[in-house]
Design a protein around this ligand. Structure first.
Ligand SMILES: [Cu+2]
Length: 333
């Protein structure tokens, strides 16, 4: 298995939570507000659907809205665009939001923030997910990669592994994001083409590690009884395997560079949502380690933990997003 920060956190580039350089300063984060509750205000939760069930016009409207993010200024005061803000926030928080309890709630709200910006860019449909369990016959041939009704396909060029360095010159050359330039590699400003490097750790593309997200594997994970166990299996297997198998920009902590990131994470969120629904006691089940920091290894996670968004959005508590059917989120699957 080649190195991917999603599978081997110890080798991840050091996460810098503070911005560096003149171009990359951000305003002070707004004060924390609690937004929990208000379930009564969510009377008509939006039902998220699988990408392939959207009609062609809605799919086009979605990818057009993604491209629209590239025309809007950064909300963080960066020299790059609103599109790149998502990458920047995710990359700078790398160690705070992966391989810790907060992985699921943090990405749940992150997807919600993205959906809100797509709506500001004219998208009128619902947020959708990529159910990769439908594609295990040959993930590299999934309809999700269709140039017209999907996200474009594999990068074109020399597919390879490059040790700890991501392979970011295998450019996507078809579909709505063909030859698109993205701004960051990890947290470093480093413009390059959107890259995909389909693989299974040995071959290109091979089976794209489909064993890790087969219906059978997923059923086993969904049956895990406690949050901490569940989160670890979900993050490690299907989540990490998809990042590694697509590779290119999906490999490093700057993975929101690839628009497929958000459909992948909506699917992860959907599985957690289904797991929460399966038993009523799961709704507020939350546990595990709070931080990757070895010195603070004994700290255990709590619903009162604050999730950071580095000034892109208000920080909020884990408790605020445990239930998707409140005024904060208001959706279901
Ligand atoms: Cu992530």
């Amino acid at each position: 298995m080649h190195v991917s920060h999603f599978l081997l956190p110890g080798l991840a580039a050091a996460a810098a939570v503070l911005p560096r350089g003149v171009d990359h300063t951000s305003p002070a984060a707004p004060a924390l507000v609690s937004r929990q509750g208000d379930a009564a205000a969510c009377t008509a939760p939006q039902k998220r659907v699988e990408w392939r069930t959207l009609d062609a016009a809605t799919q086009k409207q979605y990818t057009d809205a993604v491209l629209c993010l590239r025309t809007k200024p950064s909300k963080l005061g960066l020299s790059t665009t609103l599109y790149d803000d998502f990458t920047w926030v995710h990359a700078n928080l790398d160690k705070a939001i992966h391989f810790v309890a907060q992985f699921l709630p943090w990405h749940r709200y992150f997807v919600h923030l993205y959906e809100s910006e797509l709506k500001n860019c004219g998208y009128e449909g619902v947020m959708s997910y990529w159910d990769w369990t439908l594609d295990i016959e040959d993930p590299s041939k999934s309809a999700i990669w269709d140039p017209v009704r999907g996200f474009g396909g594999n990068g074109v060029g020399y597919h390879r592994f490059n040790g700890v360095n991501p392979v970011l010159d295998v450019c996507v050359q078809d579909g709505p994001f063909a030859n698109m330039t993205v701004a960051y590699t990890n947290e470093v400003h480093s413009p390059h083409c959107l890259s995909r490097n389909f693989n299974n750790g040995i071959e290109f593309p091979g089976d794209m590690l489909s064993f890790a997200y087969s219906p059978k594997t997923i059923a086993g994970i969904q049956a895990k009884p406690g949050y901490d166990d569940y989160r670890q299996y979900l993050e490690g297997n299907p989540h990490g395997a998809i990042h590694s198998a697509i590779n290119g920009d999906m490999g490093p902590a700057s993975s929101p560079n690839d628009p497929i990131f958000f459909l992948h994470h909506t699917q992860i969120d959907r599985l957690w949502w289904l797991w929460q629904q399966a038993r009523p006691e799961h709704q507020l089940d939350y546990a595990g380690r709070k931080t990757q920091d070895v010195e603070e290894y004994t700290l255990t996670a709590s619903l009162e933990d604050v999730m950071p968004y580095l000034g892109f959005a208000e920080d909020l508590k884990v408790a605020d997003v445990m239930n998707t059917k409140t005024s904060t989120l208001c959706y279901e699957y």
